[in-house]
Design a protein around this ligand. Structure first.
Ligand SMILES: NC(=O)c1ccc[n+]([C@@H]2O[C@H](COP(=O)([O-])OP(=O)(O)OC[C@H]3O[C@@H](n4cnc5c(N)ncnc54)[C@H](O)[C@@H]3O)[C@@H](O)[C@H]2O)c1
Length: 266
């Protein structure tokens, strides 16, 4: 296959749904062999089954560094290498106002969203450092780069991913490992459902509509984003066209973080 990813091995965490799923599909289309890692066995197995022989599913809780280490060593043994690591898995925090927030969720959210990214980066980089380098892409959020109300633990976790990514990019540059982050926004996925524990289906739907409306009002590009829009940016940062790019945080958010849209022409 005439693609720079042909013969390359890519790990995508949180690959069973949303942005991770689109990323798995794109890398596969671009010729890579993809290890789809996710805590959700049913969805992961089904997707890997649908995508066929260059995609394998592995059940992993990225909040457990021992499982992340096994994921990387299994991938290297199974496919003979690891060239791209996409640390995408995350959970959101409860939608409650901060005064009512349940801070007992802190440790779990930080384990998945921050420790998971750090462990994924470290395990992949240890292999890449011994094998000629590689590319790592970490998923943050515009919620980690811009201040705003709500989901405070999530925001704090995503801000940590920004600082970690830039700092570790400096350290790993000498090993020819590029580390970058993407800050998506406005991408309808099931992420909101992880904020919605205890809510009825109608309440989740109502919240989703409200969130989409706020996003629409704050977004210069008129159309809503898709998981595939983010996957394209992951492939860019992971690929040779970004060979001199490291330590950046690329917003993929329809311009939301650039500033307010002009008033709409009705
Ligand atoms: N959708 C958006 O607009 C948006 C905005 C900003 C950032 N993001 C980020 O994009 C990434 C993907 O989110 P999404 O919107 O596709 O959400 P999603 O809920 O559709 O997908 C998240 C996936 O991660 C998996 N996952 C959750 N906990 C895990 C764990 N402990 N170990 C392994 N897998 C786990 C889930 O099972 C799911 O398949 C996340 O890092 C999220 O914070 C999304």
């Amino acid at each position: 296959m005439n693609s720079e990813f042909a013969g390359k091995v890519v790990v995508v965490t949180g690959g069973a749904s949303g942005i991770g799923r689109a990323t798995v599909e794109l890398f596969r289309e671009l010729g890579a062999t993809v290890m789809l890692a996710d805590v959700d066995r049913d969805r992961g197995e089904q997707l890997a089954g649908e995508l066929g022989e260059r995609v394998e599913f592995r059940q992993v809780d990225v909040g457990r560094p021992d499982q992340v280490e096994t994921l990387v060593s299994h991938t290297v043994e199974r496919w003979g290498g690891l060239h791209v690591m996409v640390n995408n898995a995350a959970v959101s925090s409860p939608l409650a106002r901060f005064l009512d927030d349940d801070l007992s969720a802190f440790e779990r959210i930080m384990s998945v969203n921050v420790l998971g990214v750090m462990a994924g980066t470290q395990c992949a980089a240890r292999h890449m450092a011994r094998n000629g380098g590689g590319a790592i892409v970490n998923m943050t959020s515009i919620g980690g780069t811009q201040a705003g109300g709500g989901v405070m633990i999530y925001r704090a976790s995503k801000a940590a991913v920004v600082q970690f990514t830039k700092s570790v990019a400096i350290e790993l540059a000498r090993n020819d490992i590029r580390v970058n982050a993407i800050a998506p926004g406005n991408i309808p996925t099931s992420l909101l459902a992880s904020s919605a524990a205890g809510m009825s289906e109608q309440e989740i739907e109502r919240q989703e509509r409200a969130v989409r409306e706020v996003m629409r009002k704050n977004r210069p590009l008129p159309r809503e984003g898709t998981p595939a829009d983010v996957a394209e940016a992951v492939a860019y940062l992971a690929g040779d066209r970004a060979r001199y790019v490291t330590g950046v945080v690329l917003p993929v958010d329809g311009g939301t973080s650039a500033g307010k849209p002009l008033p709409r022409r009705e």
